[in-house]
Design a protein around this ligand. Structure first.
Ligand code: PEP
Length: 251
């Protein structure tokens, strides 16, 4: 049984004061939740406020990026040990916005994943095709290549500690969600690559989240797919009631 992960990616939204206000509203709504892991990934300046707010709850806090060197002359970067020492336990890696606006490659994604694991963080590693790639029937090839050039370069022990998020770029922030069937098909492609590289146990144990315009009214159908082991939610995670609805599967 794979325990679902329901993660929120706040992108570049909210101040520490807004973070505290979010958790005041959110925590009572998810207090009884046991069926999944809940992760919120705020911007770096909000990590301390978020970690403090969720103390003694089951909610976990993640960062949205890291650099693979532990410390040094890398202005503007933040390392895994720094994130861990701020109290976060997860980190998103290779989000399509990082790949497309900041030039992250699969090779960098692999280095970041190793660095996150060495710092004791659980990586949530994103892959996904662009619209023109889907329209050109390249989805399978793109996903396979992103996996092979990136995270399949881990050893099996490290690989067992990561979560993958399938996020089709055309669905992120656009209101165009993949249908549950389309998402499940893509997850199967990823799982098949993992099976080929690491065998059946690794493939069966791997949690693959779907991300891309998940909202309270489509989450339930997506999460009903056995291939979908959770969701990575952007816009709808910014509002306590809507993210809590997704978690509680109340459409
Ligand atoms: C994301 O940022 O990972 C995401 C999926 O965003 P949205 O839910 O807003 O499409």
């Amino acid at each position: 049984m794979r325990k679902p992960v329901l993660a929120g990616n706040w992108k570049m939204y909210k101040t520490p004061a807004q973070t505290r206000a979010f958790f005041e509203a959110f925590l009572p709504l998810v207090r009884a939740v046991e069926h999944c892991e809940i992760v919120i990934c705020p911007p770096f300046p909000d990590l301390a406020a978020a970690v403090e707010a969720v103390r003694n709850t089951r909610v976990q806090i993640g960062a949205q990026n890291l650099y693979w060197v532990k410390e040094g002359a890398f202005t503007g970067e933040v390392s895994g040990p720094m994130i861990r020492s701020a109290g976060a336990t997860q980190v998103i890696i290779g989000h399509s916005e990082r790949r497309h606006y900041f030039g992250e490659t699969d090779e960098m994604v692999l280095k970041k994943t190793v660095a996150a694991l060495e710092a004791g963080l659980m990586p949530i590693v994103c892959v996904g095709e662009r619209l023109e790639q889907r329209e050109a029937a390249q989805t399978e090839a793109v996903l396979s290549s992103q996996c092979r050039q990136g995270i399949l370069g881990l050893d099996s022990v490290r690989f067992s500690k990561i979560v993958i998020a399938y996020e089709p770029v055309w669905a992120i922030g656009t209101g165009k969600t993949a249908t549950p069937e389309v998402a499940a098909e893509a997850h199967a492609v990823i799982r098949c690559e993992v099976h080929r590289r690491f065998g059946s146990a690794a493939a069966e144990n791997l949690r693959i989240l779907y991300g891309g315009s998940v909202e309270p009214d489509n989450a339930q159908a997506l999460l009903a797919q056995t291939e979908i082991d959770g969701v990575l939610v952007g816009g709808a995670s910014l509002e306590a009631a809507s993210f809590a609805k997704i978690i509680n599967h109340q459409a």
